[in-house]
Design a protein. Structure first.
Length: 340
C-alpha cells in the first residue's frame, strides 16, 4: 500500500513539474529599450517599464506584435499633425501617378515626344514672330509720326491734335506689344522647362519598367524637429533647401529614387524589413509660404513597423531641419551645396 501511494505521489510530482515547465515555455517574451538606452528581455513587463514601446517575441525570436510607447497628449497631437501632412503629401503622389499614366498613354517613345515638342515649338515660334513683326511695324510707324511732328515743331507750328493722338495710340500699341512679347517668351521658356522634365520623367518610367526595379501654420522648432519640417522664409532659401533635402533623402534611404520634381521627391517602397524609404514634399502654408515635409516609410510588416518606431528613424527625422540649416549656412559661405 505504501509503495502504491509513493508511486502516486511521484507521478503527481512529475506531472506538476511538467505542467510548470510547459507553462514557462508558453510564456510570451518581451523586448524593450529602457530610459538608459539598454535593451531588455523578459517574460513580464515591470510596471515602471510599461510606458516604453515593446515587441512581443516568439520562441524563435520572431516579432509577433509591436506595442508603441505610451504617448503624451502633446505627442498625440503631433501624430494628428503628422497624419495631416501625410494626407497632403499623398495628394501630390496621387496627382503624380495620374500625370505619369497620362504621359505613358500619350507617348510611346522618346522620339515621338521630341517630334511633338518640335511641332509645338514651331507653332509657338510663329506666334512669337507675329508679335515681333507687329512690334517692328509699330516702331517704324512711331518713327514716321515723330518725324511728321518734328516738321511742325521746326516750323514753329502747333502739332495737330490728330497727329498727337496717333502718336499716343502708337506708343500704347508698342507698350502692349512689348508686354505681349515678354509674356510669350516667358511662356515658351516655361513650356520648354516642362517639356524637358516630361522627357526625363518618361525616360525614367520606361527605363525603370524595362529594368524591373523594385518598386496652417508655421511650425515651432520643436514641432519641426519631431515632424520633419523645414519652413522656407523665401524662394531662394526654399530652392536651396530642396537641393539639400534631396541629398538627405538619397543618403538615408535604402531604396532608389521613384519620383523627383519641383514638389515631390520620393524613393521606392521598402522591399525588405530592414529598408527605409524617405520622401520630401513641398507643401503650401499659404499663397506665399512653403514648408518642406520629410516623411519616412518602412515595410508594411511587424518588423517594418518596429523599425519605423525605433529611435534610429526618430533620429533621422529629428536631424533633418538641423542638417538643412547647417548646409545652408555652409552654402552661404562657399556658394556651394555641400555633400552630406
Amino acid at each position: 500500500m505504501l509503495v502504491r501511494n509513493f508511486r502516486i505521489v511521484l507521478y503527481m510530482t512529475c506531472l506538476i513539474s511538467l505542467i510548470d515547465s510547459q507553462s514557462v515555455l508558453a510564456k510570451q517574451m518581451y523586448r524593450w529599450v529602457g530610459e538608459n538606452g539598454e535593451t531588455y528581455f523578459s517574460d513580464q513587463i515591470p510596471p515602471e517599464e510599461a510606458v516604453h514601446g515593446r515587441s512581443s517575441l516568439s520562441k524563435t525570436g520572431r516579432v509577433l506584435e509591436v506595442t508603441e510607447e505610451a504617448k503624451t497628449k502633446e505627442q498625440q497631437e503631433q501624430d494628428i499633425r503628422l497624419e495631416e501632412l501625410r494626407k497632403e503629401q499623398d495628394k501630390l503622389i496621387v496627382r503624380q501617378k495620374i500625370y505619369d499614366k497620362a504621359l505613358l498613354s500619350t507617348y510611346h517613345s522618346k522620339e515621338e515626344m521630341i517630334l511633338a515638342i518640335q511641332a509645338k515649338t514651331e507653332t509657338l515660334n510663329k506666334q512669337k514672330n507675329i508679335i515681333e513683326g507687329n512690334l517692328t511695324r509699330f516702331t517704324e510707324q512711331l518713327k514716321k509720326q515723330q518725324k511728321e511732328a518734328g516738321v511742325f515743331e521746326r516750323n514753329a507750328q502747333v502739332v495737330p491734335k490728330d497727329l498727337l493722338d496717333e502718336l499716343a495710340q502708337t506708343q500704347h500699341r508698342i507698350d502692349y506689344t512689348e508686354e505681349a512679347l515678354a509674356k510669350q517668351v516667358e511662356k515658351q521658356n516655361q513650356i520648354k522647362k516642362t517639356d524637358e522634365a516630361d522627357i526625363a520623367r518618361f525616360l525614367f518610367l520606361t527605363q525603370s519598367s524595362k529594368e524591373q526595379l523594385p518598386r496652417s501654420k508655421i511650425p515651432s522648432i520643436k514641432e519641426a524637429n519631431e515632424l520633419g519640417l523645414f519652413y522656407c522664409e523665401n524662394d531662394y532659401k526654399c530652392n536651396k533647401a530642396w537641393e539639400i533635402g534631396r541629398l538627405f533623402v538619397d543618403v538615408h534611404s535604402t531604396t532608389g529614387t521613384d519620383v523627383y520634381n519641383e514638389k515631390l521627391i520620393m524613393n521606392r517602397a521598402p522591399p525588405k524589413d530592414s529598408d527605409i524609404s524617405l520622401s520630401l514634399s513641398k507643401l503650401a502654408i499659404n499663397d506665399d509660404d512653403y514648408q518642406l515635409f520629410l516623411d519616412i516609410r518602412c515595410r508594411d510588416s511587424l518588423a517594418g513597423k518596429e523599425l519605423c518606431a525605433s529611435q534610429k528613424v526618430k533620429n533621422i527625422r529629428f536631424s533633418f531641419r538641423a542638417y538643412v540649416n547647417d548646409a545652408l549656412s555652409r552654402d552661404a559661405l562657399s556658394n556651394k551645396v555641400p555633400t552630406p
